[in-house]
Design a protein around this ligand. Sequence first.
Ligand SMILES: [Zn+2]
Length: 186
Amino acid sequence: MPEPAGEFLSGRTARATARRAVDLIGALLFEETSAESVRQVLLSHGEREPLELAAADIVRLRATARELLPVFGAAGADEAARVLNSLLARACPPRLTSHGGSHAWHLHVDSTDDAPMDEWILTSSSLALAVLLAERQQVPGGLCASPRCGRPFVDTGSGGPRRYCSARCATRERVAAHRREGGGPR
Ligand SMILES: [Zn+2]
């Protein structure tokens, strides 16, 4: 039985695909980018070897990351939906693929199994983020409120809106606020 990698559209896989988008955006726009760093992100999200990325792939993936970022920066669900609809307008009709039997049947909205990686990332990420938006009627994430960070994050929690990308950023900003209020070490 082939493993169900990349299966759509359960909430679980939509969240995993959205997290892949966030990690890719981080590697492409918020860190020193190399083909190897991007390759490692894709491998950590279930892509399989051989996975080769050329410099041109990185340039195109970076453009894709810039297009996905405004979804996370949207002021509300309406704005996020508008951005996602403009991205989904470039997707192809949903189709089932098993990649020749090597995976379980799952949905793709790119043009072919051999479509360029940036097309696949743009369309699958947009679909996943759209599923999450529809599920919670909210922006499916946000941008880290730390002025030193600004990275996107996926927010699927049921509590209040999340402000920071990580515990690290939340702690750093809490300490900084404490210092500003004069409560820091003397
Ligand atoms: Zn952060």
